[in-house]
Design a protein around this ligand. Structure first.
Ligand code: TRP
Length: 335
């Protein structure tokens, strides 16, 4: 037990395509954590979560392949982490049911994502949308995960997973590790290119507001050109220059340069020089990712093989955990 490494776990939905914001805000952190060699890593594509809003089955399947390929292309290495598809590991929904009996209706009613989504999908406020955070708690607790690298918008869900773990542990001591959200500093939050007060989101109706990991270079250049900036033409970060500040965040993330270095580099140069430089940096950042993804997507049988191996490793952990929890609850052991 003494030498047991801490566990990092996260998940990402295969609904729609991956943006530069998803990459810099989540996936890149997972890769960094994996490469730090300090944690045991488990990352999954959460297709069960995706169906809480209506999905076209063919699109869902295709997006799941794409996302899986992109995760690999970004550097998640199936030899260094357990990379899998959520629906391939039955323990997740099994534990979710158990945990739902330890989650209060009132707690779920307070989830801001539920409130937002029930407004956006007012014609389909299904029970899955409501219990979504319980399944997420199961994703986390089933691996005894210590850190959950997510964006700020998922903090409340991780807090709920903590509360559920603590409640369950009070009744059945030592059942679950109590997880902690692991949220990168502000710098990684990439905003919309059209409205820098909002997060960059693939569900935005304006395609110019986001950059997709799979966007070809021409599209990136075009979207950057159209990105909103601020009235004075100085390249400087400040709260009253949210457009330029956002582009500086992107440029900083893509090049590793500090804000001070960027301000010096574009001193007296204006947006006409700055925007193409940001576009270039993003093109180069995403190029290997896009090329590797396209390469991987040519061989779906190989991707399915990687998925199957990941699920098998995951099930070795989760089957044992589910048995343990079932036993604590008083279920007769299944054979
Ligand atoms: N709810 C998360 C999101 O929308 C995705 C997710 C599902 C997740 N299960 C998880 C994230 C477990 C971290 C851990 O971003």
């Amino acid at each position: 037990m003494e030498n047991k490494r801490k566990v990092s776990l996260s998940g990402i939905q295969p609904s729609g395509k991956i943006t530069l914001g998803n990459y810099l805000g989540s996936i890149k952190n997972w890769v960094d954590i994996q490469d730090s060699d300090e944690y045991d890593n488990r990352y999954c594509v959460v297709d069960l979560h995706a169906i809480t809003v209506r999905q076209d089955p063919d699109d869902l399947r295709e997006q799941t392949y794409q996302l899986f390929a992109q995760l690999m292309a970004a550097g998640l290495d199936p030899d260094k982490c357990i990379l899998f598809i959520q629906s391939h590991v039955q323990g997740h929904p099994e534990l979710s049911w158990i945990l739902s009996c330890f989650t209060m209706f009132g707690e779920l009613s307070r989830m801001t994502q539920f409130k937002d989504k029930s407004q956006r999908h007012a014609d389909n406020i299904n029970a899955g949308l409501f219990t979504y955070p319980v399944l997420m708690a199961a994703d986390i607790l089933i691996y005894d995960a210590d850190i959950i690298p997510v964006g700020e918008d998922q903090r409340q869900h991780v807090e709920l997973a903590r509360d559920i773990a603590i409640r369950f542990n009070n009744r059945f001591p030592g059942s679950f590790v109590v997880p902690e959200a692991y949220i990168p500093k502000e710098g990684a939050k990439i905003m919309s290119l059209q409205d820098p007060s909002r997060k960059m989101s693939k569900s935005d109706t304006n395609e110019n507001s986001f950059i997709l990991v799979m966007d070809p270079p021409e599209a990136i250049v075009k979207k950057m050109k159209r990105a909103v900036t601020d009235s004075d033409a100085r390249v400087a970060a400040s709260p009253d220059k949210p457009g330029v500040t956002n582009l500086m965040h992107i440029y900083a993330a893509a090049t590793g340069k500090s804000f001070a270095e960027i301000e010096a580099e574009f001193e007296g140069k204006g947006y006409g020089v700055f925007k193409p430089a940001v576009a270039d940096a993003v093109v180069e950042l995403l190029r290997p990712l896009r090329e590797k993804s396209l390469e991987l997507l040519k061989d779906k049988a190989y991707l399915e093989d990687v998925m199957a191996k990941g699920a098998e490793k995951a099930r070795a952990i989760t089957d044992a955990k589910v048995r343990q929890i079932y036993d604590k609850l008083g279920f007769i052991a299944r054979r």
